[in-house]
Design a binder for this molecule. Structure first.
Ligand code: FCB
Length: 468
């Protein structure tokens, strides 16, 4: 009889054929974000963030789901770190909650929150796992939104103050820092489309927010360098692979506008020190010219130590005057995840080579990549997520292709360690390599978690082989 258990399937599976292309010391990680896993929304002196307000507003999040409890990681962090260590990862990307550390958005840090994160980071160190800490993964303290939020310039200064104080308080336990996660989502989804917190629908405000997020990053880099000269600092941007729907000039121009308003508005100023003509043409009159002050671009272009790239999608762009910036975007096929996002591994090769050739020679980390599927616990108690195994195999092999093409890729953090609160989609989308039963808080490593551990072992063996 054929053995169909997950362990047997795994033995039969190759991990990643070109695993030998990944350099020695490659960082194999998993990623999470504070609001998506911590819960304990009202404990330890935490104040409300825009995501508490958004998720508690009827009709905005799927089924009214909130992050009040999430994965209860705030109380279960020790067991979660044991689980993380058992998966064999070398690295872990987490975020700290601004509204936990500085509930009012200004002033002294909250000692209880500092103590929590110090214990968490010490716990990682005790397990030999290196942290990569994101300072802002979308949880703006609500009081700052009430003062105008990211469309207001002062928020950039508030963030720089928060980032500096946090690195002062935690920087002996973590040396690698990401200033912002995907400012595209914070600005365009939060203030333009309104699909994310704070749920405003005003593209002019979104463009103002985008520039102030860029400025916040640059100011924070300066503050972090002053606080901890040895720290390694970068920003994480989502980089989308954009393809025009047809060869028609209108669609080609639409693809350039979409690239300007999703990729270039963030990559240009940080890595090239300017907003390119494509960005000015698309966004200048729509609000950008109103907020860029003399000296801003020099602040934003402060040298960083690495480039963080999150990648999820290839989208097809076509000219459509009913859409923002006159661009209709649809996911490229096949779009087989439960989110309807594309599954095209070559897109990852393409965005990595593009970032390294057009924007920066810095080392690159894929700080997020992953997929949601309709996972379930089967009658044996296993979660056999073969779709995610195939996804990871494809995308990691595509990352290997990028390395072979000369990209200085130093690490990969799969999204996500745990199933978690997927923003406006609540608990309906599962991205974890570990299953979470939200009622009992039981965790079950999925087949993909076992596969990932085996890949990391295969890489270790390949490196040892080449070194011998
Ligand atoms: C990214 C976010 C992350 C998660 C994944 C699926 O845009 O940074 O928090 O929601 O998408």
């Amino acid at each position: 009889m054929t053995d169909t258990t997950p362990a047997a399937r795994l033995r039969a599976e190759a991990s990643v054929e070109n695993v030998g292309a990944f350099p020695q010391g490659f960082r194999w990680g998993l990623a999470t974000a504070a609001y998506q896993i911590e819960g304990a929304a009202h404990e330890g002196g935490r104040g409300p963030s825009i995501w508490d307000t958004f998720s508690h507003t009827p009709g905005l999040s799927h089924h009214g789901d909130t992050g009040d409890i999430a994965c209860d990681h705030y109380h279960r962090w020790e067991a979660d770190l044991d689980l993380l260590a058992s998966l064999g990862v070398t690295d872990y990307r987490l975020s700290v909650s601004w509204s936990r550390l500085q509930p009012g958005g200004r002033g002294d840090l909250n000692p209880a929150a500092v103590a929590f994160y110090r214990e968490l980071l010490a716990g990682l160190s005790a397990r030999g796992i290196r942290p990569l800490v994101t300072l802002y993964h979308w949880d703006l303290p609500q009081p700052l939104e009430e003062e105008g939020g990211w469309p207001v310039r002062d928020t950039a200064y508030r963030f720089a103050e928060f980032a500096t104080k946090t690195v002062e308080a935690l920087g002996d336990l973590a040396s690698d820092w990401v200033t912002l996660n995907e400012p595209w989502c914070s600005s365009f989804l939060g203030y333009g489309r309104g699909a994310h917190a704070p749920g405003r629908q005003d593209y002019r405000a979104a463009i103002h927010a985008a520039h102030h997020l860029n400025l916040a990053h640059g100011l924070a880099v300066a503050g972090i360098r002053a606080a901890r000269p040895g720290a390694s600092v970068g920003i994480t941007n989502i980089v989308t692979d954009i393809v025009p729907a047809t060869d028609a000039p209108d669609d080609a121009a639409a693809a350039l506008r979409l690239d300007a308003s999703s990729n270039r508005i963030f990559l240009d100023p940080v890595y090239l020190g300017e907003y390119s003509a494509a960005v000015w043409d698309t966004l200048g009159e729509r609000g950008l010219a109103e907020v860029v002050l003399d000296g801003d671009l020099a602040i934003i272009a402060a040298p960083t130590d690495f480039a963080g790239v999150n990648h999820y999608q290839r989208v097809i762009a076509s000219h459509d005057e009913s859409q923002p910036f006159d661009v209709l975007e649809v996911p490229a096929e096949p779009a087989t995840t439960s989110f309807g996002w594309s599954v095209i591994p070559a897109s990852l090769t393409s965005v990595l080579t593009r970032v390294s050739r057009e924007f920066t020679p810095l080392p690159i980390y894929v700080t997020e990549n992953g997929a949601s599927y309709n996972d379930y616990v089967d009658p044996n108690g296993d979660v056999v997520d073969t779709e995610r195994v195939d996804y990871l195999r494809g995308y990691l092999s595509a990352a290997g292709d990028a390395i072979e093409a000369g990209v200085d890729l130093r690490g990969y953090y799969a999204w996500s360690f745990l199933d978690n609160f997927e923003w406006a989609e609540g608990y309906s989308k599962r991205f974890g390599l570990v299953w979470v039963d939200y009622r009992t808080q039981e965790r079950i490593p999925k087949l993909s978690a076992h596969w990932y551990r085996r890949l990391i072992e295969d890489h270790r063996a390949a490196v040892a082989h080449f070194a011998a």
